[in-house]
Design a protein. Structure first.
Length: 779
């Protein structure tokens, strides 16, 4: 089984595969060159979390070589593993293919997570356990291959790294390096050169901030995570976390916490691990075995009387744990001596000499040409002979990223100096790439800006010939009403600016259609996302994130007197990072006040309209809150609360008269939240009281949400679209994306005051429809 899992590594058929790039001379994910997106594949292409991920391969391969050293494909695997090791921990100053110790700082005693790009607060380190895991794997690999120099050097780097982690990152109560307000958190979180930020890059949850310092589950974790520290961390912080208190086995991070907690209470941890959802890549047998060996010799840990020497060894007979136990018996000064001798010897030899253990690995590296740094051609060389071509060099990608960060500021400066320079341009050409959606109104096209082909937009094309054919829910047709709604949609979109609302770049009329040039969200819509999950249900922590984002967007709209009137999964889009956008404002209404209930239009989507809309006795902003409750219910259960697909009359009767039926696994807090939003009495509906939507944000359901950080996008979404390149439209329905289409659309500034309109166009002509954002939005 392990051989089958590791096979993509040895033949470099990983998705995406690895390549050798010559700007920084290293092995990186090919994804960055295929997509032009720097942070694809966790930013591996710019050396973020670089050796963290290779450590998984190295450690697993070392165990495999120990278990089956004569495997027929072992030579191929050795080639790749030696290459990864050389990329990260090359000790030779004479190596022309890889830098010396790419990540490791001998002064600080640890590596960095951050690669070649800079942050205001310096480089950072987050997942210390993954850092340690690489050097653990390096030591294992040196041992199983009989390369003493590699084993000794790995041991030295491992020991120094673990010491730095215990000193700076895992904070026991006696830590004097950090101030008390940081020490009490027990871990630093993201540790920058000049800042400690108790958080993670991907999830603002306590269990994640601590759990990222525990993966992968491995016996070597105990080298840094001493029993004293584990007890303090558990008692002071983790034992109080809601997923621990409530034993929320649906959160996979709990399995990681429980293995760690076995040091404190082995019996309890083993019992809960039997049913816990496992973290990605963690098997139940591996989790249980590691938990069973954390509390050793059948003794239970007494946090008040710990003897480090007594607990500093491991009595197991597995290969990985046996080597881990040896580190407790080797003095650091001996490791420095052995590793230092290895390091000294290697720096005196060229990579091709083959005169010591480490250099023997160099002959296994596939031949690569010498480095060629060029911005005009690809600067990447493959690790294999596969015929792959890269559209960008890493140098070009980094230059483009730097440009994107500064161009808006420069344009603002130019506007202050000479406002005339920033007038709307007269012409934009949008080349059609493919269709990504279609409906009764027209078509949604994926387009690229001809002047800047990397800029993609979604262009909503509403054909004038179809305006009169759009039916309302009540069956009536009114062309002028639909025309006015399009104009309202344009007015709303060009007036709102919010991180969770679709941005419009321009709108313009052509002889046949009205066109909205919108932000492109490659993640598709929420309805399409639901279909990827079992029973069309999302985990509650995912729903919490999306619901909070929707709440912020609705509050923004309502504070500006805008009623949405069409909240449903199909109108919730996901961008490339996993953040949502509310889209399609065709039913929006402006100039609304919270107390008003004077809307009479029967519009919206049937499953999500409020009872007051069905009754026809007037409604207001609170109708959006009802729709919000319906959407949250559907994300959790797979269906709207009053679902009746074949009987519209029955659906409306349920909306007016029936109460929602909550599944038994819904918590009381969640039931209270949904009941509040789905209250049939508008005056009793959650979010429609004197405090407005603040009551929604203050509800216990959102207790874990940091609103300021969410709105600033300083959290990592629970799901990030898996995109192979910038033109990947796999998150849209194939019936649309498979259609062949070509052509272009042109926005051109016109003098509308003196325009001559034909008699045929006169009824549909909108003199106020054409609009364009500032040029900086198109850079």
């Amino acid at each position: 089984k392990l051989e089958a899992i590791i096979e993509p590594v040895l033949n470099n058929t990983l998705s995406p595969p690895l390549v050798y790039e010559t700007l920084y001379n290293g092995i990186v994910s090919k994804a960055i060159f295929d997509t032009g997106i720097l942070y694809m594949d966790f930013g591996n292409g710019i050396y973020n979390d670089h050796h963290y991920h290779y450590g998984y391969f190295v450690t697993a391969s070392a165990i495999l070589k120990h278990l089956d050293p004569t495997w027929s494909r072992m030579p191929e695997l050795e080639t790749m593993i030696w290459t990864m090791l050389r990329d990260v921990a090359n000790p030779s100053a004479d190596d022309t293919y890889f830098p010396r110790f790419r990540h490791f700082s001998w002064y600080l005693g640890h590596s960095y997570s951050r690669g070649v790009t800079l942050l205001d607060n310096g480089k950072d380190e987050e997942s210390t356990s993954e850092d340690i895991n690489f050097y653990y794997g390096m030591t294992l690999w040196g041992k199983v291959t009989g390369k003493k120099a590699v084993e000794d050097l790995g041991s030295l780097m491992l020991r120094l790294n673990a010491r730095a982690v215990r000193t700076y990152f895992l904070l026991s109560s006696d830590n004097t390096i950090h101030p008390p307000e940081i020490v009490r958190n027990r871990v630093t979180g993201i540790f920058f050169d000049n800042k400690v930020y108790y958080n993670t890059w991907f999830l603002d949850k306590t269990y994640a901030i601590h759990g990222i310092q525990m993966i992968p589950v491995s016996p070597i974790n105990e080298l840094a995570r001493t029993p004293e520290f584990v007890a303090q961390e558990w008692n002071d912080v983790l034992s109080k976390d809601p997923i621990v208190v409530e034993v929320d086995t649906t959160v996979s991070w709990l399995s990681v916490l429980l293995v760690n907690a076995a040091t404190v209470n082995q019996t309890d941890a083993l019992h809960k691990l039997k049913n816990a959802t496992l973290d990605n890549g963690l098997s139940r047998s591996w989790a249980l075995y590691n938990a069973a060996t954390r509390c050793r010799d059948g003794l239970k840990l007494d946090p008040t009387s710990l003897d480090h020497e007594k607990w500093g060894h491991v009595k197991t007979w597995t290969f990985a744990q046996l080597l881990a136990s040896s580190f407790a018996k080797v003095k650091l000064e001996d490791a420095v001596k052995n590793g230092g001798n290895s390091l000294k010897g290697d720096t005196q030899k060229t990579p091709s000499s083959g005169n010591n253990d480490w250099d023997c690995s160099y002959s296994c590296l596939p031949t690569v040409p010498p480095p060629t740094i060029s911005a005009s051609s690809s600067s990447s060389t493959l690790l294999s002979d596969l015929d792959m071509h890269h559209r960008h060099s890493l140098e070009e990608l980094l230059e483009h990223a730097l440009y994107e960060e500064t161009v808006e500021e420069e344009l603002e400066d130019e506007a202050e100096e000479d406002p005339a320079r920033c007038r709307d341009p007269t012409r934009y050409v949008f080349d059609i790439v493919r269709i990504i959606g279609s409906g009764s109104y027209g078509t949604v096209l994926l387009c690229r800006l001809r002047a800047c082909p990397n800029r993609l937009f979604a262009v909503k094309v509403v054909y004038k010939s179809k305006l009169g054919g759009i039916n309302g829910l009540d069956g009536d047709r009114d062309t002028s009403r639909e025309a006015n709604r399009l104009l309202t949609e344009k007015k709303v979109l060009c007036s709102v600016t919010h991180p969770f609302i679709t941005k419009m770049f321009c709108s313009f009329e052509t002889p046949d259609a009205l066109n909205f040039v919108l932000e492109y969200c490659p993640g598709g819509d929420m309805y399409f996302l639901l279909e990827k999950f079992a029973k069309n249900r999302l985990p509650e922590d995912h729903v919490l994130f999306y619901a909070a984002s929707i709440a912020l967007a609705l509050r923004y709209l309502h504070e500006r007197g805008i009623m949405y009137r069409d909240l449903k999964p199909e109108n919730i889009l996901l961008d490339e990072a996993g953040f949502l956008r509310l889209a399609d404002f065709g039913f929006a209404r402006e100039q609304m006040h919270r107390s008003e209930q004077n809307c009479k239009s029967f519009c919206g989507s049937a499953d999500y309209i409020a009872p007051e809309v069905v009754r026809g006795d007037g409604y207001g902003l609170a109708a959006d809150l009802w729709s919000f409750g319906c959407v949250v219910f559907e994300l959790l259960t797979g269906f709207p609360p009053f679902y009746s697909p074949r009987d519209r009359a029955l659906l409306y009767r349920k909306i007016e008269e029936s109460e929602p039926c909550f599944p038994s696994h819904f918590s009381p807090v969640l039931c209270d939240f949904l009941s509040g939003l789905l209250h049939k009495d508008v005056n009793q509906r959650l979010g429609n009281g004197p405090n407005g939507m603040q009551d929604i944000l203050d509800h216990p359901f959102f207790a874990k949400i940091s609103w300021q950080r969410l709105e600033a996008k300083q959290v990592v979404p629970p799901l990030v679209p898996n995109l192979t390149n910038k033109l990947d439209t796999s998150n849209f329905e194939e019936q649309f994306t498979s259609q062949q289409v070509e052509g272009h659309l042109v926005y051109e500034e016109r003098d509308l005051k003196g325009g001559v309109v034909s008699e045929e166009e006169e009824h549909f002509y909108f003199p106020d429809f054409d609009w364009c954002a500032e040029p900086s939005h198109f850079q």
